[in-house]
Each structure stands twice: as structure tokens, then as C-alpha cells.
Design a protein around this ligand. Structure first.
Ligand code: G6Q
Length: 544
């Protein structure tokens, strides 16, 4: 697909309408919006696939919502969604289809890329993963010395790490507890050293997860892992029992010494940050078992179907995406906080950082024109209630507007006394406090001395969404991830950018390769950098 000419975002009628609408809303407090519309808290909600979204505590009116929906329509959201789902090459700068949705399509679906239905191959890999995962889980797969595999170490970085770590942590409750999982990503040797410090190579399996199998960090860690294993196991043949590869590059896998029979493949139409449900999820499948993994995929698929078919006004990912566009463009919001009130989702914000920021951190449109608006919000967050005792102060009383997504579950996976009621009381209280705040009159009425009143006033009018779900299951995790994937897609469509490339990571990689040679050179290298870089290199060389 080549870039299609669309009306520039800021020339679209709905954009202009939104700009005018924002001026009216800026002077309105959410207190007023709720007082004048008693049904608002029930009306501005949406239920999809078991996820309940309360978006009533946003600085929007019905007019705003109408205009945001019109903006999505004018941006061609529905057509672009179909283009993605049907395998058009919407990643135009890499000339690739974007088909993570095919990874969770049911067996009987047909999705054609370059004249071939990709669904059978997806299921073939899933079946192979299941066979392997079962062998590890049951103990049938033995290490080189005949011992059972007890430890699984995933080596990967970026999209080949963040999804697997997040999913493992999120679904730990469902994991096989006699297996230990570790994740090594950083080229900092400490990451590897600490990950294996208490492991026995005879009982340890490495999953080398790399789409390209050329990523410097991952290959360095994989070679170090190989040396670590062989130092104890001695024999090169041990590699076959202790290393498997997850990659699209069979040639490089074979070169590393991994039997390609122990390779789990995927395809160039799966972007790294969209790959946790491909073979990259092998660690997840070993942890939770093929059945649970299948349920996670079914969850993803359910949200895919919802996004593809629901009208925009009832479309949860589209609404979430549009609300972020609203605050980014018209309220100068720079960040979006994601605050899960669920300890198992502690890595979810980190996962979303890559998904959202690598996807939408772009400064040119599909046509290559520099944008005259903001793109990609900065996503960040920590699990509640911990964040409340650290950075929430700035959200409540600081000078910046930070829209928040709260994620909470009605049932706890670890019900303990009053813990869960307390946890949920905090989510609801935070959303309420952010929206409605506390006026000077209220503070005074509590007997606060006049000089202290301004310090204790909560302005309120801070927007948030609450996503409330019954219980964290593998299917729900799939739905939540797909929810954000499609919210990010919606934003990218409105912003008219390529959400699926990542050229921004290239320059640093190239420079690092050059500098590495200079750091390791025995002879005094001829440095042709700026004075700061030259000084840093020299300081390191003389100190190391
Ligand atoms: C994600 C990016 C990037 C990628 C890593 C690892 O969308 O492409 O984070 O996942 O650079 O790449 P490999 O899997 O090829 O090692």
C-alpha cells in the first residue's frame, strides 16, 4: 500500500470543531458536567467482551464525543482498520502487512498475504509450541545429562522481551510453579550474571528470542549463555537440548548451532512489539500451558472482532485512543498514566511504553510531511496503591494535566482479609478525587487556617478512565493488550503516521557499533566525534 492522500489533520472539519469545543470545555469543571447531567456516570460507560469502561470522568461533553467520532471517520479509521485486518501493506516504510491479528485468528479463518492464507502456518507453529511446552512441563524433555529442565531463561530484547516478561508476571497465578522463569535482555553483563546466579546449567533451557537473530544485545547474551552452559556440560551436542530459537531467520539460527528443528518461526508481518502472541510467547506458553495460552489468544481475538465490527461510538479501543488524542492535541497533555490496581500487572505499563511510544513516536505523516500537531503521548505508570505514595501528588496538585487509566478487577486472585476491598476503595477514591477535588470552601469548613488553605485545595477536573473487569484471566490479559494495541492504531490513523516502523532506534545502534570498535581498539583510535563524545570515550579508555 502506498500512502493515500488524506486531508491534513488540522484542516479536517472535525478537528476545527474540536478546537472550538475545547475552548468551551476549558472553562468547565467536571463538577458542573456531573451536576447538570445526573445520568452521566452511567451513560458514559461501555461494556465490551467483559471489560467495563467508565469514561464519564473525562473533560468531554456529548458534543466532544460526537466530534471525536467524526474525526475518526474523517481520518478513515474504518477503512484503515479493514486494510490492517485484511493484510494490506499498511506499514508503508517497510512495505509490510501488519497482521498480529492473524496470530490469534481461529483455525478456519482465511487471511491472505502475498497470495497465501497465513492462518494454517500460524496454527502449525502454535501446535509445535504446544508439543514442546508440554514436554518441558511434564519433564519428558531432558537436559543433556538426563536431568529434568527446571529453569527457562528467555533471552531477547524490546519486543522479544517486554511482552514475554509482562505476560509471565501477569499470569503467574496460572503458571507451573515448579518451573523457574528468568528474562535476560540488557547487554549489561549484570543482567545475565544475576539471572543465572543460582541456576544449574544441567537443568536450564534457554529460549533465544529474536526475530532477526542479529540483534547485538541478544546475540551477545546468547553466546554468553552458550559458554556458560558448555562450561559445565562440556559437549557441543548439549546445545540441542538446552537452546531453542524463536526467530524468522533460519540461516542465522543454524549458524549459532541451534538445530532448526528446535526453531519456532514467525513472519515479517508480525512487528516486534506486537509479537507476544506469536512464537515469541513460548515462555508464556511453557509457564501457563497451551490451554491457557489458547484462552489468551481467544481473548485477543474477541477484542479484535469488537474493534473491527463495533461502531466507533461503541468501540472501546477507538474511544480510548480518541480520548488520548483529545488531551494531547487540545489540552497540552504530554503523558498518559496507566495505573493498574493489580500487582500481577506490574510490568503492564512498561510493556505499554514500547507498544505506544515506539508505535506513535513519529514526526512525519505517511506522505513524509512534518506534522503540525503533537503525536505519541508518553505512557507511563506503576501499580496502585504504590504510586499513590509517590507520584500521585503531581497528578492531583501539580501544574500538568495527566489523564489516567485505572485498571481494576472485581475479584482478587489472592483474596486475603480486607485487602481487596481496600485496594478497590483506593481506585474509586483516586478517580473521584481527581475529578472533583476539594474546594477552598470545603477546606476552610474543616477549620484549616487561611494561610494553609491554598496548599490543601484540590482543583480537581483531572480526567481519568476506569477499566473494571471481573477477574484477571489469560483471556482478559489478551483483551487488555488488544485494547491498547487498537487504541494505539486508532491514534496513529488520526495522526496519519506509520505506527508500525521504528526507524528512530537505528542511529544509536550504528553509532554504538562504531564506538565499540574505538573502545576496544588496542591502538589509540583516531576519533572523529564531537568534543563531548571524544572526551567521554577517552575517559573510559583510560579508566577501564
Ligand atoms: C519492536 C522493535 C524492537 C525489536 C527488538 C528486538 O517493535 O522492532 O523492539 O523487537 O529490537 O529485535 P529482534 O527480535 O529482531 O531481536
Amino acid at each position: 500500500m502506498t500512502a493515500t492522500k488524506t486531508v491534513p489533520l488540522t484542516d479536517r472539519a472535525a478537528w476545527k470543531g474540536l478546537a472550538a469545543n475545547a475552548e468551551q470545555i476549558r472553562g468547565k469543571h467536571m463538577r458542573e458536567l456531573f451536576q447538570s447531567d445526573p445520568g452521566r456516570g452511567e451513560r458514559l460507560t461501555l461494556e465490551a467482551e467483559g471489560l467495563f469502561l467508565d469514561y464519564s470522568k473525562n473533560r468531554v461533553t456529548d458534543e466532544t464525543l460526537k466530534l471525536l467520532i467524526a474525526l475518526a471517520e474523517e481520518s478513515g479509521l474504518k477503512a484503515r482498520t479493514e486494510a490492517m485486518f485484511t493484510g494490506e501493506k499498511i506499514n508503508i516504510t517497510e512495505n509490510r502487512a501488519v497482521l498480529h491479528t492473524a496470530l490469534r485468528a481461529p483455525k478456519d479463518a482465511t487471511i491472505v498475504v502475498d497470495g497465501e492464507n497465513v492462518v494454517p502456518a500460524v496454527h502449525e507453529v502454535l501446535d509445535k509450541m504446544a508439543g514442546f511446552a508440554d514436554k518441558i512441563r511434564s519433564g519428558e524433555w531432558k537436559g543433556h545429562t538426563g536431568k529434568r529442565i527446571k529453569n527457562v531463561v528467555n533471552i531477547g530484547i524490546g519486543g522479544s522481551d517486554l511482552g514475554p516478561v509482562m505476560a509471565y508476571e501477569a499470569l503467574k497465578h496460572y503458571s507451573q510453579r515448579d518451573l523457574t522463569f528468568r528474562f535476560v535482555s540488557n547487554v549489561d553483563g549484570t543482567d545475565f550474571a544475576e539471572a543465572v546466579v543460582d541456576l544449574d546449567p544441567e537443568e536450564t533451557l534457554f529460549l533465544v528470542a529474536s526475530k532477526t537473530f542479529t540483534t547485538q544485545e541478544t546475540m551477545t547474551n546468547a553466546h554468553t549463555a552458550r559458554d556458560w552452559s558448555l562450561a559445565k556440560l562440556g559437549d557441543e551436542k548439549a546445545v540441542a537440548k538446552h537452546f531453542v530459537a524463536i526467530s524468522t531467520n533460519a540461516k542465522e539460527v543454524a549458524k549459532f548451532g541451534i538445530d532448526t528443528a528446535n526453531m519456532f518461526g514467525f513472519w515479517d508481518w508480525v512487528g516486534g512489539r506486537y509479537s507476544m502472541d506469536s512464537a515469541i510467547g513460548l515462555s508464556t506458553m511453557i509457564a501457563i500451558g497451551p490451554k491457557n495460552f489458547g484462552e489468551m489468544l481467544a481473548g485477543f481475538h474477541a477484542m479484535d472482532v469488537h474493534f473491527r465490527t463495533a461502531p466507533i461510538e461503541k468501540n472501546m479501543p477507538a474511544l480510548l485512543g480518541l480520548l488520548t488524542v483529545w488531551y494531547t492535541e487540545f489540552f497540552d497533555a504530554q503523558t498518559q498514566a496507566v495505573l493498574p490496581y493489580e500487582q500481577y500487572l506490574k510490568r503492564f505499563p512498561a510493556y505499554l511504553q514500547q507498544l505506544t511510544m515506539e508505535s506513535n513516536g513519529k514526526h512525519v505523516t505517511l506522505d513524509g510531511a512534518t506534522v503540525n500537531y503533537q503525536t505519541g503521548a508518553i505512557y507511563w505508570g506503576e501499580p496502585g496503591t504504590n504510586g499513590q505514595h509517590s507520584f500521585y501528588q503531581l497528578i492531583h496538585q501539580g501544574t500538568r494535566l495527566i489523564p489516567c487509566d485505572f485498571i481494576a478487577f472485581i475479584k482478587s486472585l489472592n483474596p486475603l482479609g480486607r485487602h481487596h476491598d481496600m485496594l478497590l476503595a483506593n481506585v474509586f477514591a483516586q478517580a473521584e478525587a481527581l475529578a472533583f477535588g476539594k474546594t477552598a470552601e470545603q477546606v476552610k469548613a474543616e477549620g484549616t487556617p487561611d494561610w494553609l488553605v491554598p496548599h490543601r485545595v484540590f482543583e480537581g477536573n483531572r480526567p481519568s478512565n476506569v477499566i473494571l473487569v471481573d477477574e484477571l484471566t489469560p483471556a482478559v490479559l489478551g483483551k487488555l493488550v488488544a485494547l491498547y494495541e487498537h487504541a494505539v492504531f486508532t491514534q496513529g490513523v488520526v495522526w496519519d503516521i506509520d505506527s508500525f516502523d521504528q526507524w528512530g532506534v537505528e542511529l544509536g545502534k550504528v553509532l554504538a557499533t562504531k564506538i565499540l570498535g574505538e573502545l576496544e581498539s588496542k591502538d589509540e583510535p583516531k576519533l572523529a566525534h564531537d568534543s563531548s563524545t571524544t572526551n567521554l570515550i577517552n575517559r573510559y579508555r583510560s579508566g577501564k
